[in-house]
Design a protein around this ligand. Sequence first.
Ligand code: NAD
Length: 428
Amino acid sequence: MHISVIGSGYVGTTVAACFADLGHEVTAIDIDEAVVDALNEGTAPIDEPGLEELLEKHAGDRLEATTSYDAVPESDVTFLAIGTPSNEDGSIDLTALEAAAEATGEALADKSERHLVVIKSTVTPTSIERTLEPAIKRGASDNPNVEVGMNPEFLREGTAVEDFMHPDKVVYGTNSEWATERLHEVFAPLLEEHEADIVETDPATASMIKYANNAFLASKISLVNDLGNICKEFGLDAYEVMDAVGLDDRISEQFLRSGVGWGGSCFPKDVNAIIAAARDADYDPALLEATVEVNDQQPDRLLALLEDHVDLADARIAVLGLAFKPQTDDIRNSRAIPTIEKLQQRGAEVVAYDPVAADNMRERFPELEYAASAADALEGADGAVVVTDWDEFAALDEAFDAMADPVVVDGRRIIQRRDGLTYEGLTW
Ligand code: NAD
């Protein structure tokens, strides 16, 4: 098939490269010329394992990039993978996606064969019906050949290619059997190689499945953190407790590691968006609000434990780990951000270290001191907190001896405990 993918960010680039690798002819469309040039040269505009290899292999052959929407009508199916960031109140900002939807419609105004436009972006259950479908239809001057569907994406940054090629499930949210068949043709080469559950539903339900998925995972972590905080109050090890809890099939052993909380570009945005959408529908989502509240309090608990040992005013504190999770340089909504802010509010001098995310954090906190290594950050520090579980922190050991006072509060259970080091685990 010939597939056009609009938006070449984390999701769009991965989807375009993977579809090309599965044998489709793909046109990637983005308004950013630098992104388009990179794709045509076979280089990845984002850092994702395996992505560059796919782009190198298919650029100029099965995969072409352009800033023009002219290729849209020549393709069989169009995927929209545009960002849906948060507004101030947590609701999603559909401005960019709506503009792309309308431009896609315009490109299809004269198409005489049926054409499916698939929303890949994460949108609330009413977004397609109220905003995106009208924008596409408006652009297409109500051309009856244009149909809209929804296919939410579940890939994770850091393992995007692997996740896309080996999904647990593929969700087709459509309004007709024809559209379901089209999506099935698109995914057939993937499903021939890899067995996955297929969910056939309508676009609004497909939209909700994505939010329910992320809200469930974020809530599972917040519940585990809440239980972990209780364990800590009783002097118990939350990991020992949850290892046993995870033996229950109904619960599963995954996502039971308590710590300083979740961040990144998806969980915070998506949980807040579905809370805002629920409130808009006059429903008070009490449990999801608590999910956010528990997450917000974890950095405070980290610092309260540090304050049991160090007077933070004028103290030099090493913050180890700035990325929202290991193996990425993404700092969006990283728990390091509130941790640094709260340390500064208490008058501490912060020295920060991350193996790859320091440059990104420098844009957010230009005034901070950034150390070249974890050992450098610890040298002369009055205390340390661990925010990201980079493997290298497990091997620090003697570096703690260079601290003015060897005190560490571990938010990720990565530091080895030993004599001579005052160690506090956040929930253990
Ligand atoms: P992104 O910000 O990385 O990429 C969006 C791209 O769209 C940018 O390259 C931008 O230049 C381009 N763009 C903006 N307006 C355009 C227009 N009018 N025409 C053409 N291109 C345009 O976004 P992302 O992280 O890829 O996320 C896209 C969607 O997928 C979001 O809704 C997000 O919630 C969802 N999602 C993201 C992930 C993830 O891990 N990042 C996972 C699953 C779902």
